[in-house]
Design a protein around this ligand. Structure first.
Ligand code: C5P
Length: 242
């Protein structure tokens, strides 16, 4: 069963304020997206990676990722649109039997395409390869959708403006990370059933909307998303000590 990974890297990175799209900001000298892709490949369970970037950065991404089993394509205006484009490209490209990185060999299976798809934020550059392998393992074990999840440490409150309305029971809450793993069939069905301009903050959310069952496995704090300058600082410190 072959595994493809989709890496949405087409965000603007406004909250990071680093003056470049987030995925292209260097982290200890290596662009965030390159670290994310190399983590996927280091897991040993990913056959092909599709990276979706802003239109103006396609050539730059190809240069940065040269020599890896990676295809670069243009992303969309929202993360959901970016993943949808990549998913369409994954299926079309595979069915046409063409694959620039492998001459089609890596994707070859009786159905002609990858049967497991991971969706992994470029913005999670320090995700441990072992977590990536664990997500794939859980899909192989029979779960159609798998997300890494962590308990919530802080107390969570619902607010209206600056006023607290209520306190939420955090024991039943989880924050979820990526990679999120799916059978190709489940992820395609979820995207096919949702509006082209639907917006979800994660891919499992779309599977939930069509009644799919999403399984959680233990997440890893190291898979945190680089969103703010603080996150970038923490990531740099972690790499310094590694
Ligand atoms: O903005 P946020 O941190 O939630 O983005 C998560 C991931 O989705 C990032 O890797 C970002 O590059 C990607 N993204 C995308 N296309 C967009 C917006 C975000 O690929 N239009």
């Amino acid at each position: 069963v072959s595994v493809a990974a989709v890496v949405p890297a087409a965000g603007s990175g406004t909250r990071l304020g680093a003056g470049a799209p987030k995925a292209f900001v260097p982290l200890a000298g290596v662009p965030i997206v390159v670290r994310a892709v190399d983590g996927l490949l280091a897991s040993g369970v990913v056959d092909e990676v599709l990276v979706a970037v802003p239109a103006a950065l396609v050539e730059r991404a190809r240069e940065l990722l040269a020599g890896r089993p990676v295809r670069v394509l243009v992303g969309g205006a929202e993360r959901t649109a970016t993943v949808r484009l990549a998913l369409d490209s994954l299926v079309l490209n595979s069915l046409s039997g063409k694959d620039s990185a492998h001459g089609g060999e890596r994707l070859a299976n009786p159905e002609g395409h990858a049967q497991i798809v991971l969706v992994h934020d470029a913005a999670r550059p320090l995700t441990p390869p072992a977590l990536i392998a664990a997500v794939v393992e859980a899909v192989r074990a029979g779960h159609e959708a798998v997300v890494p999840a962590l308990p919530v440490a802080d107390t969570v409150k619902r607010v209206a403006g600056s006023v607290v309305e209520s306190t939420v029971d955090r024991s039943v809450l989880r924050t979820v990370q990526t990679p999120q793993g799916f059978t190709l069939a489940a992820l395609r069905a979820a995207y096919a059933a949702s509006d082209v301009d639907a917006i979800a903050t994660d891919d499992a959310g779309l599977v939930e909307r069509v009644g799919g069952k999403v399984h959680t496995i233990p997440g890893d704090p190291a898979a945190f998303k680089v969103t703010t300058p603080w996150d970038l600082h923490i990531a740099e410190l972690l790499l310094e000590r590694a």
